[in-house]
Design a protein around this ligand. Structure first.
Ligand code: EPZ
Length: 429
């Protein structure tokens, strides 16, 4: 799919099944390297980033095969080798191989994992923490090389609850000599899912999903079967599509318990959300991944202040989608991006569609809602900004064409089909 063609202005109706989580799948697939054994990872989304991670694991010697429900990965044959350059560059999502390769082989060589346009994506916290665990890093011909004669546990304090750094520390710690304590760990559900997989493989981890995580070192791991949770960002994407276009949608398998801040934001824009088990108020008696009903009609309401934060705050990955919806809100909204330094690149194409957005210097956008957006030809420049342009096109009057869809395919199995199933007039060209 190179482009999407959309006729906007149609309310959404129907149900859509939410895919497995990209950001949980990637570290879990990397973690299969740690056990010289076979793991079966279920509900992995069929997206470009997962395919890429699997090709990296094959590059390392793992046997990877597709099953009906997911992937069988036998990492017994894996051996340390230099990751091929083009494989790593620009693929931030494979950074979690750093910790997994150090944990398995005690060495790693890879191109500096690329950033993308949402920010320069430094890895200083990863490096500093792994150095505390005995890794010596050097630059060799433009590659990042890490070696640890003896990986050992450490007391690590993260100044920023970095998701990736927390994941790399966990991956290096589970088999290191001695225990590791991570203070200031990321609490995102994807980190908690990684801890659940590692525990299923025999690791001993306390505090999963909290900011203080203890890892008992020296455990040898075995393979495990594990089901990846649903993707809260994909669920949030389609939730905001309904808020922006109006309609009634059932998000099947949505991880409701991970979406409280997202639901609160949608409800502040005038939507009504209800777990589909129908019991109790939001956040109480619903079953895990039971699904979420979303109903919205008329123009969204403006939001006085929406700001992104680490979990359980409003996720940075849904900021662009909320911004797109607010361009049609009935009033003025303020959106603050507190995680990445450059996550307003989507503003320029939104303006091309008629949005009135003013950018202040401190990563704040002031959105003056307008009754209608107009269809236009716009280009996706990164994953979540691209998804936000799809939402804007669905809301706009007239036809839009969105190019650069390879970015969107990195995170969404089939956004065109999913939205068509909800009644959108959208086709891949
Ligand atoms: C993960 O990225 C996700 N990616 C991102 O999702 C998500 O936006 C982000 O976490 C925040 O939730 C994957 O899981 C593959 P961070 P990550 O380390 O780990 C700074 C998507 O669209 N920082 O938590 O790279 C960093 O610059 C992607 O699915 C350092 O300064 O995010 C950023 O400002 C986009 N030094 C902040 O911390 C470091 O060593 C949070 O980054 C590491 C990070």
């Amino acid at each position: 799919m190179t482009a999407l063609h959309i006729n906007g202005g149609i309310p959404l109706q129907g149900k859509v099944r939410i895919q497995g989580s990209k950001n949980a799948s990637l570290p879990i697939l990397a973690a299969t390297l740690l056990a010289k054994d076979n793991s079966h990872i279920l509900n992995c989304p069929q997206i470009a980033d997962v395919e890429h991670m699997l090709s990296l694991l094959r590059n390392l010697g793992c046997r990877v095969s597709r099953s009906k429900e997911g992937y069988q990965i036998d990492s017994a044959p894996a051996g340390a080798c230099k990751m091929s350059g083009e494989a790593i560059t620009g693929m931030r999502s494979s950074l979690c191989l750093l910790g997994a390769m150090l944990g398995r082989f005690g060495e790693v060589a890879m191109e500096h994992p690329g950033g993308c346009i949402i920010g320069d994506r430094p890895i200083d916290l990863h490096i500093k923490a792994l150095e505390q665990m005995g890794v010596v890093f050097s630059e060799e011909a433009g590659r990042l090389v890490g070696k640890a004669a003896k990986l050992h546990g450490a007391d690590i304090r993260l100044p920023i609850p970095s998701v990736g750094a927390t994941e790399n520390i966990l991956l290096a710690a589970v088999q290191a000599a001695g225990d590791t304590l991570i203070a200031g760990a990321a609490k995102e559900p994807e980190v908690e899912a990684l801890c659940r997989y590692l525990t299923a493989c025999g690791a001993e981890i306390d505090g999963a999903g909290t900011s203080i995580v203890f890892v008992r070192g020296g455990r040898s791991l075995h393979g495990a079967q594990f089901k990846v949770p649903s993707d809260r960002i994909v669920a949030g994407t389609y939730l905001f599509a309904c808020v922006g276009c109006g309609g009634s949608v059932l998000l099947e398998n949505a991880p409701c318990e991970q979406m409280e801040a997202v639901v609160r934001a949608a409800e502040s824009m005038g939507a009504r959300c209800q777990p589909d088990c129908g019991k109790g108020s939001y956040g109480t008696e619903y079953g895990r991944e039971s699904g979420l009903y979303v109903h919205s009609c008329g123009r969204p309401a403006a939001v006085e202040r929406l700001y992104t934060a680490v979990y359980p705050g409003f996720p940075t990955d849904l900021q662009s989608m909320a911004l797109a919806v607010l361009t049609r809100a009935d009033g003025v909204s303020r959106v603050e991006e507190n995680i990445f330094e450059n996550r307003f690149r989507v503003v320029e194409p939104l303006r091309k569609m008629g949005a009135d957005i003013e950018l202040l210097e401190d990563r704040t956008a002031i959105v003056r809602g307008k009754d209608t957006l107009r269809g236009a030809r716009v280009e996706a420049k990164e994953l979540r900004g691209g998804a936000a342009l799809v939402l804007a096109a669905l809301m706009a009057e007239g036809e839009s064409e969105i190019t650069g869809c390879a970015y969107i395919e990195r995170g969404y199995e089939n956004i065109g089909k999913d939205l068509r199933d909800l009644g959108a007039r959208i086709s891949s060209v």
